[in-house]
Design a binder for this molecule. Sequence first.
Ligand code: SAM
Length: 286
Amino acid sequence: MNYRHVFHAGNHADVLKHLALLALCDTLTAKPAALFALDTHAGRGLYALDSNSAQRTGEAEGGIGRLMAEAPRHPAITRYLTAVRACRNEHGVAAYPGSPWLLAHALREQDRIAVCELQAEEAGVLESVFARDPRVAVHERDGYPAMKALLPPRIGETRYNRGLVLIDPPYEAQLDEFDTALSALRESLSRWPQATYVLWYPIKLRRSLQPFYRRAAALPAKSSLVAELQVRADDSPLRMNGSGLLILNPPWQLDQTLAGALPLLAKVLGEGPGAAGRLEWLVRAA
Ligand code: SAM
């Protein structure tokens, strides 16, 4: 595997994913019952945007860099920027939080978090980032079979009814990754049907996503939402023109939060004609 997330940390795709992840966690933690979160493709948890690798692509400049500078007024955007600032207060001005850090930041003492990462070096960093956080279990393993092994979540005598699963693969396998992720979602829904599942995907040519939308709509979830952010027209198969989140069983009003934030993100992070936010229910709860 060649993929290293540090080259992409803080780009427009991370902004969409991380903003939505925080909004989701905040909605779920509104109720006191303990939650379980599984991050199947965790990365290293914490990135240095002044590292050579991050500087080489400069992707963060067009993502978190621009958003920090313009800080459009919306509660979900403010929430996300506040979390990034909290990370920087702890780890330095060039730090950027990965999804495991944001989960640990947003969830509570009674909640538990499992993070999976296949690359030994990235998993080693995760171990050190969370060495003193007993809520977080780091697994150096393939995140897909881990969904089978860890769901439904049970730690000691505690069973977790509520929670979320984030699936954020690198798509090195291109279209095959959709097959793998959709099969894993189908299987996991049969084990832990009431959880919220979030699958991130890249947008290059929109029309090539049609089979994915059809198959996602056929999953046995009560409801299914897609939230997308395009930074330019989706007409080139060679570039990542945007990205999306398939959200199964989204909590109440998450759609409204994202509906308000997406146009502002598109305005600030857009790089030309075609920049837009899009929200669509594939399946609405009965
Ligand atoms: N979720 C992270 C975040 O938002 O900060 C970014 C994750 S990055 C897009 C994908 C990560 O998945 C990489 O660190 C890669 O090494 C790891 N990876 C790739 N295939 C994997 C697999 N089958 N199981 C677990 N991790 C995997």
